[in-house]
Write a protein that binds this ligand. Structure first.
Ligand code: EPU
Length: 417
């Protein structure tokens, strides 16, 4: 079984380039199903999740072709089946994002219901509520959601919670619906804006993405396009925290600083110097890490996907920090692993109380999910001795070349079979 071995590494330094965003490219790939012509997409990150989504598109009849490094051409001229089976959906929750495009383009979609996962039960009720409002009949049987419609019709939809996935699925379904959909209390994440820009570049009519109210005027047909995916703000944030935690000085390239404001704000509070440029950010650690309190919230609040990495950094803060997780009900799986490395922490309900000044020492730990895995790497960089991380496939789902990129910054990290 593949492992990542990390040893204490102070003062990461140098330049690092961030890849295209995982959480942008997954809905964008799903949205290629809306269009019968070729979609050429650049800055595709080399990730396991992207491979799974491409496999799913091919199973549905789309042609997927890698033209150059990091560029894909997808042509969904013929959709040969509207059924996304268990074997494909069960590999990745985001596969459920094909439901909206299939339903609106083929007028029926049968997609296996994604289960919960390590970080929570993660229901899909808001996605289904949206599809129902747009005029589809929904049946759940034998683990499948079966949605059918004569023609989706634009409606006003209010989301009880600004779910990222539900916002994306509803935008895609409404793109080829008849009339206008007004989506209220929508998610405002940069990945939603990227999806809307992609669809608009194919001739879609979406206004307001990035705000709480999104208006989607249905169009009859989309046309070919070319699009570049936005940089991954969570990958950027992870390397920013790694630099700050190790006392380093790192230039993070290919970023959109405005997407990183909550992360920048919390790092500054922790005493880190951040210099912002047009498309790069320099992170210079201070002499100590100051304690900070964090509450995860929908964008533009602090991202849940960065909470675990901050926990690793705050282990060495000179005082108590509190991390309050409000998005997922079970996203403290890394706490057990970090405790075994010596983290002084107590979990009470949805809050983790970190005492600070923890002396971390290397241990055998498990990457329980993607971000937990990245956080354990950061903890390993701070710990005396050797940290051995197993279940590395979680990390590969969302970080391309993480080992090589950190080695280039001077980290003592390697894969071991
Ligand atoms: N929720 C519902 N009902 C729904 C949908 C969501 O109750 O119908 C709940 C979820 O259970 C969760 C909360 O709403 O408690 C937020 O879920 P959301 O739908 O916003 O998340 P998601 O679309 O499933 C995306 C990212 C996650 C990221 C979250 C929150 C992708 C592919 N995934 O998930 O990314 O944590 O938004 O920002 O975009 C990661 O990259 O490590 C990751 C988990």
């Amino acid at each position: 079984m593949e492992k990542i071995i990390v040893k204490k590494s102070s003062n990461l330094h140098g330049n690092i380039k961030v890849d295209g965003s995982k959480n942008s490219i997954l809905p964008i790939l799903a949205a290629t199903l809306l269009c019968p012509e070729e979609c050429k997409i650049h800055d595709i990150p080399n990730l396991q999740d992207v491979k799974i989504m491409c496999g799913l598109l091919e199973a549905l009849g789309a042609k997927v072709e890698k033209t150059e490094t990091n560029t894909l051409k997808v042509t969904a001229e013929n959709i040969t089946t509207c059924e996304a089976p268990y074997e494909l959906i069960s590999k990745m929750r985001a596969s459920f994002l094909v439901m909206g495009p299939l339903l609106t383009r083929c007028h029926n979609a049968k997609v296996y219901m994604p289960g919960g996962c390590a970080i929570g039960t993660r229901p899909i009720d808001l996605h289904l509520k949206g599809f129902k409002h747009l005029g589809s009949d929904i049946k759940s049987e034998n683990g499948y959601v079966n949605a059918t419609t004569e023609q989706l019709k634009g409606r006003d939809i209010y989301l009880d919670f600004p779910s990222v996935g539900a916002t994306e699925n509803i935008i895609m379904a409404a793109t080829l619906a008849e009339g206008e959909t007004i989506l209220e209390n929508a998610a405002e994440e940069p990945e939603i804006v990227d999806l809307a820009n992609f669809i608009n570049s194919m001739g879609g009519n979406i206004v307001g993405a990035g705000t709480k109210t999104i208006r989607i005027k249905g169009v009859k047909k989309l046309h070919k396009t070319e699009h570049t995916v936005i940089p991954d703000r969570i990958e950027a944030g992870t390397y920013m925290v790694a630099a700050a935690a190790t006392g380093g000085d790192v230039m993070i390239e290919n970023v959109v600083p405005s997407h990183l404001q909550p992360i920048i704000a919390k790092l500054r509070e922790a005493g880190v110097t951040i210099e912002e440029y047009d498309d790069k950010i320099r992170v210079k650690a201070g002499n100590t890490i100051k304690p900070v309190d964090i509450k995860t919230l929908p964008y533009p609040g602090f991202p849940t996907d960065m909470q675990a990495q901050f926990m690793a950094m705050l282990s060495k803060a000179d005082g108590t920090s509190i991390i309050n997780e409000t998005i997922f009900e079970n996203r403290f799986m890394h706490v057990n692993e970090m405790s075994r490395m010596g983290l002084h922490v107590k979990v009470e309900g949805s809050s983790a109380i970190l005492m600070g000044n923890s002396h971390l020492s290397g241990a055998k730990v498990r990457a329980t999910d993607l971000r937990a895995g990245a956080a354990l790497i950061i903890a390993g960089l701070l710990a005396d001795g050797e940290t051995e991380i197993t279940e590395v496939y979680h990390i590969k789902r969302g970080y391309s070349n993480i080992v090589k990129k950190l080695q280039n910054l001077g980290a003592d990290i390697r894969y071991e079979k």
